[in-house]
Design a protein around this ligand. Structure first.
Ligand code: AMP
Ligand code: GLY
Length: 428
């Protein structure tokens, strides 16, 4: 099999690393990739959303499967583009079509979907510019803090959680009347604030059967103690100690099965990953959001824990026989610590020389924002690397990730030194 992965982050390096272990793999291409993917496959200088260039490349290079990393190409319809083209339609694409991608592409769609299928989620209402006054009144009926979500994709910044009614009203007006997030905030979902502890569960489906992948917890804020600005994710842990078998069973019965059945009932053929963002509210799962792809950096702890051949599982997704595929999980902990560029998540440094790769031992250094410049590797993004380690205990895995985070050197390096700290109470 020749495979093309679309994307350029740590998630895509993790896909490349895992697929490269498959006996079924012949050639591996990553577009556009990073310095890490270049060590396991061939990078292709092509944007993940340039469908015409992708078509040309796929046909010229005998690509037999396309694995889509980020949501953008899915929401823009890369899978539909393949199905509509006589020369491409038999090449499986891992990732849903446009209709399924709305689960992430529109918060309003995903909330309505959850309500239609009795999937537990926070009470909500949706407002537009025309119904701004009703929205302001609705806010008055809620208790603080307030959760406001731009309907469309807003580069991970579309959720705002003000603490006071006054701020919430101002925010709603800015989003609806002043297009704070452009077209993405033409509609705004306002929902009840859920109290609990967050985690993510990942599902791989061929549209009928599914595999529940290891759960993970990520660390969203930039600062130690989970304070400061939101980021794409500063670290991840799998398994999640408070997500025991009983909790995962509830997630399967109350969320996963109704989601897969709901998609089927609505005539949505869904082939790919479903990322379920959950709040554990006193032992009961509530859905915060769906994403139609894997998480980053969660992928960097989830894939290392999958013992089975990922390519074989992807073939099952493409052929609709995922139920026949074996699926085995490594019981060990996997942890990842993300190294970021100085300044991130605001304006950040780029082009800094990176060294120390040979010193990394007992960890997997997944590249994210890196690129090759001749023989050198330089920083090229906000999140630069994810250092993943295994351990019989979370503590052991984290010790390795932190020790190796120290080995990689570049100007302005920063990482959160408290990844996993909040979970230590579960091991006392
Ligand atoms: P999202 O972009 O939907 O993942 O939202 C970003 C973050 O906002 C989530 O990871 C949660 O931490 C938080 N959040 C979203 N919705 C709620 C809610 N209803 N209650 C509490 N926190 C929420
Ligand atoms: N780490 C969160 C995400 O990938 O959306």
């Amino acid at each position: 099999m020749n495979i093309l992965i679309l994307g350029s982050g740590g998630r895509e390096h993790a896909y490349a690393w895992k697929l490269a272990q498959s006996k079924k793999l012949n050639k591996l291409f990553i577009a556009p990739g990073n310095a890490g993917t270049a060590s396991v496959g061939t990078n292709v200088n092509m944007a993940a959303t340039d469908f015409d260039a992708i078509k040309k490349f796929v046909l010229e290079n005998d690509v037999n499967m396309v694995v889509v990393g980020p949501e953008d190409p899915l929401v823009k319809g890369v899978h539909d583009f393949f199905l509509a083209d006589a020369a491409l339609k038999n090449i499986p694409v891992i990732g849903p079509q446009k209709d399924g991608a709305q689960l992430e592409g529109s918060k309003d769609f995903s909330k309505r979907f959850m309500f239609r299928h009795n999937i537990p989620t926070a009470r909500y209402e949706t407002f537009t510019k025309e119904t701004l006054d009703a929205g302001l009144k609705f806010l008055e009926t809620l208790e603080p803090p307030y959760v406001l979500k731009a309907d469309g994709l807003a580069a991970g910044k579309g959720v705002v959680i003000p603490n006071t009614l006054e701020e919430a009203k101002k925010e709603l007006s800015e989003m609806l009347a002043h297009a704070k997030f452009g077209n993405a905030s033409a509609k705004v979902v306002i929902e009840e604030f859920l109290k609990g502890i967050e985690l993510s569960v990942f599902v791989l489906t061929d549209g009928n059967s599914y595999k529940i992948l290891p759960a993970a917890k990520d660390y969203k804020r930039i600062g130690v103690g989970d304070v400061g600005l939101n980021t794409g994710g500063m670290g991840a842990i799998s398994p999640v100690p408070f997500a025991n078998e009983e909790f995962i069973k509830k997630v399967e019965e109350r969320v996963v099965i109704p989601t897969i059945n709901g998609l089927k009932k609505e005539g949505i053929t869904y082939k790919g990953f479903i990322f379920i963002g959950l709040m554990n509210c006193n032992g009961d799962p509530q859905v915060i959001e769906y994403n139609v792809r894997m998480g980053d950096p969660e992928t960097e702890v989830v894939l290392p824990r999958i013992k089975s051949d990922l390519l074989d599982l992807f073939e099952g997704v493409g052929n609709g026989n995922l139920h026949e595929k074996s699926f085995e999980v490594d019981p060990r902990f996997a942890t990842t610590v993300v190294l970021v560029a100085g300044g991130y998540p605001e304006e950040y440094r780029k082009g800094d020389l990176m060294t120390g790769f040979e010193q990394v031992k007992d960890s997997i250094a997944f590249h994210a924002g890196t690129k090759k410049e001749g023989e050198k590797i330089v920083t090229n993004g906000g999140r630069v690397m994810a250092i993943t380690s295994y351990g019989e205990t979370m503590k052991e895995a984290l010790q390795k990730s932190f020790a190796n985070a120290e080995q990689i050197k570049y100007e302005g390096k920063y990482y959160r030194s408290d990844i996993g700290k909040d979970l230590e109470v579960y091991f006392k």
